[in-house]
Write a protein that binds this ligand. Structure first.
Ligand code: MG
Length: 231
C-alpha cells in the first residue's frame, strides 16, 4: 500500500503535480480530435438543429414587424452555405478538413469542395426554407449573398431550385478574380448595392460573423456554425 502511494507521488512529481502539466495557465488550444467528437455529438444529438431553428425563429419575428406596402420594397438577405443549404455530407467526408479540388466521394471522402458545389446536391436547411417561403408570401424580396464565386452560379442556382428556393429576387456571388476581398469586406457593400436599387434590407441572416459585418441591414441574425470559419 505504502509502496503504491509512493509510486503515485513519484509520478505526480514527474508529471508536474498531477494537475497535468498542461493545466492551469496552459495556452494549448482544445484537442482537435475531441472537438471533432463534440461537433458530431452536437449535430447527431439534434442540438444543432434545435439551436438553428431557434435562431431562424428569432429572424422570422422581424418579418412580422414589417409589412411591404405599395411603393415599399423590403428585402431579406440570406447567406447560402450553412444558412440556406447544408454541406454536412461534404464536411463529414472530409473530417471537417478543407479539400478544395479533386473528386467528391461520399460518404467515405475525400470530397473536393468544387466538385461538391458542381453536383448541386446540398439539401435545404429546413427552417431557412420556411423563412424564405414566409417572406415570399408576405411580399418581401429575398436575395442570396454568398462568398461562392460566379463560376459556380449555374450550379448554385440549380441547387437552390432543387432544394425548394424558387422565386428569389437575386443571387449575388463574388467575381471569379477575388477582387472583392474577404467575405467580411464584400457582403456589406453587396447589401448596400441592393439598397441602392431601391430596396430596404430589413433582415440579414448568416452563419458567419463576416456575413453580418458592415452596414445596410436593419436586423441581423447569426445562425450557429461551429464547424468552420469564413473570415
Ligand atoms: Mg455560410
Amino acid at each position: 500500500m505504502m509502496r503504491a502511494r509512493g509510486l503515485a507521488v513519484f509520478f505526480c512529481v514527474a508529471l508536474a503535480g498531477c494537475g497535468g502539466i498542461l493545466g492551469g495557465g496552459s495556452k494549448a488550444p482544445p484537442n482537435v480530435g475531441e472537438l471533432k467528437l463534440e461537433l458530431r455529438e452536437y449535430y447527431d444529438s439534434g442540438s444543432y438543429a434545435v439551436e438553428f431553428a431557434a435562431a431562424i425563429a428569432e429572424a422570422r419575428k422581424q418579418l412580422g414587424r414589417k409589412s411591404p406596402r405599395l411603393g415599399q420594397r423590403f428585402a431579406v438577405v440570406l447567406d447560402i452555405d450553412e444558412t440556406a443549404l447544408s454541406n454536412w455530407a461534404a464536411l463529414q467526408a472530409n473530417d471537417f478538413g478543407s479539400v478544395t479540388a479533386g473528386p467528391c466521394a461520399l460518404p467515405q471522402g475525400p470530397c473536393g469542395w468544387e466538385t461538391w458545389l458542381a453536383r448541386a446536391e446540398a439539401p435545404a436547411m429546413g427552417p431557412t426554407l420556411e423563412l424564405f417561403r414566409e417572406a415570399k408570401a408576405a411580399g418581401f424580396g429575398v436575395f442570396f449573398i454568398s462568398a461562392r464565386t460566379e463560376r459556380f452560379r449555374a450550379a448554385t442556382e440549380r441547387n437552390l431550385m432543387a432544394a425548394g428556393y424558387a422565386g428569389w429576387a437575386g443571387v449575388v456571388l463574388r467575381p471569379d478574380d477575388a477582387s472583392s476581398g474577404p467575405a467580411a469586406a464584400y457582403k456589406g457593400p453587396a447589401r448596400c448595392r441592393i439598397e441602392a436599387l431601391g430596396w430596404t434590407v430589413i433582415l440579414n441572416v448568416g452563419d458567419q460573423p463576416s456575413d453580418l459585418a458592415g452596414s445596410c441591414a436593419e436586423r441581423s441574425v447569426l445562425v450557429p456554425n461551429p464547424f468552420y470559419r469564413v473570415p
